[in-house]
Design a protein around this ligand. Structure first.
Ligand SMILES: C[S@@+](CC[C@H](N)C(=O)[O-])C[C@H]1O[C@@H](n2cnc3c(N)ncnc32)[C@H](O)[C@@H]1O
Length: 292
């Protein structure tokens, strides 16, 4: 017989909000019913307690997820990390701190483009109040049409209009339109969870001698059989971080951003000294390497 909320008897215990040690039946907590009862080997609390226990259950699962994805060398404690919706703010702030001389940021694979928009907006906020002209401009490069989120509407209070969007794939070699962006003074190339664009960002920026930063996420091992480390195909984000670091050992740095989920940032602060663009772009690059 299937046990329902109506047939459940209240157990003689006070159901505390700490649900870890109570061996609760997850079906019963979530639906008020249990396919295994009787006799279910897990506990069924009174129906009146279910809303509170469900809320506790969700909190516990979130805490468990945070703990699971937390790496020992990540300096931000799991419970102090920003959630998903804070990611762009954290990354935008990190970009401003890490590349204080940036004048133009290419936000590759930025989706709606909140990171670039915030970089541009933040650069307009001075202690005396918002300025009309951004000190740093940002360009989004992503083939997806750009949607609008509430966070973007809030950022537009300062910037008034959306930053530039080039609706195309970021490729290696780059297209003509992207090439124009790469040639802007003080350009930094960034990508948060940039999927298939991750390695193109790194390779193109290196070739142009431009600082870059990526927060890798998905790996796509099927698309990259050439990524082999110590005889093993790269299949994890950790492996991809290592793969990127090995492109210039000792120069590529890594850190953590203070949000939950994939939060390892891999970056290069640019060439030391005052290398000119012409030193780093191969002479025949413009003639032979560009894609339409
Ligand atoms: C996982 S979403 C991340 C979006 C956003 N950066 C974020 O963190 O919310 C990946 C994005 O990468 C874009 N993308 C994938 N490959 C790309 C490429 N080669 N060039 C530009 N955008 C790319 C997709 O269109 C998509 O918007």
């Amino acid at each position: 017989m299937q046990e329902t909320a109506q047939t459940t008897l209240a157990p003689p215990v006070r159901w505390s909000s700490d649900i870890r040690h109570q061996s609760l039946c997850k079906y019963f907590i979530n639906t008020g019913q249990c396919p295994n009862a009787p006799p279910c080997r897990f506990s069924h609390p009174p129906i009146a307690d279910l809303p509170r226990l469900r809320a506790d259950w969700v909190k516990l699962r979130i805490a468990q997820r945070r703990l699971k994805s937390h790496r020992p060398d990540d300096p931000t404690p799991p419970d102090l990390k920003y959630n998903h919706s804070g990611r762009a703010h954290v990354f935008a702030k990190w970009i401003a701190n890490t590349f204080p001389h940036a004048k133009h940021v290419i936000d590759v694979a930025g989706g709606k483009g909140l990171v670039g928009l915030l970089v541009q907006r933040n650069s307009m906020l001075s202690p005396d109040g918002p300025t009309a002209i951004p000190k740093v401009t940002a360009t989004l490069v992503d083939p997806r049409p750009r949607g609008m989120s509430n966070q973007m509407r809030r950022a537009l209070d300062t910037t008034k209009e959306l930053n530039e969007h080039i609706q195309e794939w970021f490729t290696d070699p780059p297209t003509y339109r992207v090439l124009e962006l790469l040639r802007k003074e003080g350009t930094v190339v960034v990508g948060m969870h940039p999927d298939q664009a991750t390695e193109a960002i790194v390779d193109v920026a290196f070739r142009f001698g431009l600082p870059w930063a990526v927060v890798p996420c998905c790996v796509f091992p099927g698309l990259h059989p050439e990524r082999i480390i110590d005889g093993e195909l790269v299949t994890s984000t950790e492996g991809l971080v290592e793969w990127l670091k090995r492109k210039r050992v000792g120069e590529v740095r890594e850190g953590y951003l203070g949000f939950e989920g994939r939060n390892r940032v891999v970056y290069w602060e640019g060439p030391t000294g005052t290398k000119q663009e012409s030193d780093v772009i191969p002479k025949n690059y413009l003639n032979c390497c560009l894609v339409e």
